[in-house]
Design a protein around this ligand. Sequence first.
Ligand SMILES: O=C(O)c1ccccc1N[C@@H]1O[C@H](COP(=O)(O)O)[C@@H](O)[C@H]1O
Length: 225
Amino acid sequence: MHVDIKICGMTEAAGLRAACDAGADLAGFVFFSRSPRNIGVASAAGLAATARERIGIVALLVDAPDDLVDAVVEGLAPDFLQLHGQETPERCVELRRRHKLPLIKAFGIGDAGDVDAIRGYHGVIDRILVDAKPPKDAERPGGLGRSFDWSLLDRLGAHPPLMLSGGLDAGNVGEAIAIAGPDGVDVSSGVESAPGRKDPVRIREFVAAVRAAEAAGAPAKEFEE
Ligand SMILES: O=C(O)c1ccccc1N[C@@H]1O[C@H](COP(=O)(O)O)[C@@H](O)[C@H]1O
């Protein structure tokens, strides 16, 4: 089984290079002004140009208006859009139709009801991304280094490909994969030396831990639409 690895919150060439060299599959760029990883479209495009043949490019947006989505899609030409806000199924349909890009929709998980709510998105998104539900007064809806009870995902039933995120790092990602059986994992805080600064050593350790979990044969759960 192959577990896709996404390293999110790229702001500097060194972090992006480390992700490519380590063998990560996807690199994320955050377009959200209240994030320490926020980046401008031109800077993201400049970084992505150095790596596009080695890694997939993901644009992370939070309840973004059309003019921002248009600018990101035109300037960066991402391979995926990651929607990390309160985007409705209708908004997902609209964005998929307008941009013809696969959608990764993020869901904050705090309890069983949050998992059950994902079902309303089946058929209109391409990947589910589960993250810890942020506290009400959080500055941003993700990238907080918080994890959640992975066993809640047992309730998912049949589902589109699943990416697990929220407080992952080299020390816990093996256990997370064994419990949740995701198709991919996504990390930001757990591979940083400070918010917004990716640490090449932690990136290497994270990728090695995921590949070790794959080799140990953690069973990937089946998915279907
Ligand atoms: O990284 C951010 O700053 C961010 C801002 C707004 C929404 C999502 C964000 N990041 C995503 O959050 C999860 C979990 O991150 P962490 O590993 O717990 O720090 C991940 O999917 C990031 O892509």
